[in-house]
Ligand binder design. Structure first.
Ligand code: 5GP
Ligand code: MG
Ligand code: MG
Length: 177
């Protein structure tokens, strides 16, 4: 059990289960991209540990790059838009694997993929460690999913609460009384 600020979190997915599942995902990627030289696009900050552990088990040639997604309000009426930061290389003609920590509503990854699509990659696949199917608001094709989870707030192994708690080997869930 850990406490961060006003919230208490209890163990949810143990470290060995995370590692075993990541190894399976990597083996799938090794098979499906054996002749493709994929460009792995890691969405920071949340996916940093997942991407690092996944990459250790990817044995085919690949490139790895890192982006951030910033939210901004273009006008008051248009709401929050997303901007991709840090993508310096051309992705035209590349086979992308976008690596995310979690797909919740799916709005973030949906918009990121739309913007990447406009840069003419050959293909885009999504790899997410966690997926909350019941929170999904966008139609999405998720190619690699670590764990489907219920709609509760999780923390650890990259995922934060108010900037804290990313640095754990296991995943915790908010304790609700
Ligand atoms: P979306 O709702 O657009 O799919 O998710 C956007 C972002 O919200 C995720 O990339 C993640 O940073 C954050 N998020 C969604 N659900 C959770 C959760 O249960 N725990 C934490 N720590 N962050 C979450
Ligand atoms: Mg994320
Ligand atoms: Mg966060």
């Amino acid at each position: 059990m850990i406490t961060i600020k006003d919230k208490t979190f209890v163990p949810f997915i143990p470290a060995d289960a995370i590692q075993a599942r990541i190894q399976e995902l990597a083996e799938q990627i090794n098979q499906e991209y054996a002749d493709k030289l994929p460009l792995i696009v890691v969405v920071l900050n949340g996916a940093f540990l997942f991407a690092a552990d996944l990459a250790k088990h990817i044995t085919i040639p690949c490139e790895i790059t890192f982006i951030r997604v910033a939210s901004y309000s273009a006008t008051e009426s248009s709401g929050q838009l997303k901007q991709i930061l840090g993508l310096n290389e051309s992705i035209a003609g590349r086979d992308l694997i976008v690596v995310e920590d979690i797909v919740d509503t799916g709005l973030t990854i949906h918009e990121v993929c739309q913007q990447l699509q406009a840069m003419h990659p050959t293909s885009i696949a999504i790899a997410t460690l966690l997926f909350k199917p019941s929170a999904l608001k966008e139609k999405l094709d998720l190619h690699y999913v670590g764990f489907e989870i219920e709609n509760r707030f999780v923390l650890g192994y990259g995922l934060d609460y108010d900037g804290l708690g990313r640095n754990t080997k296991e995943i915790f869930v908010l304790h609700e009384e």
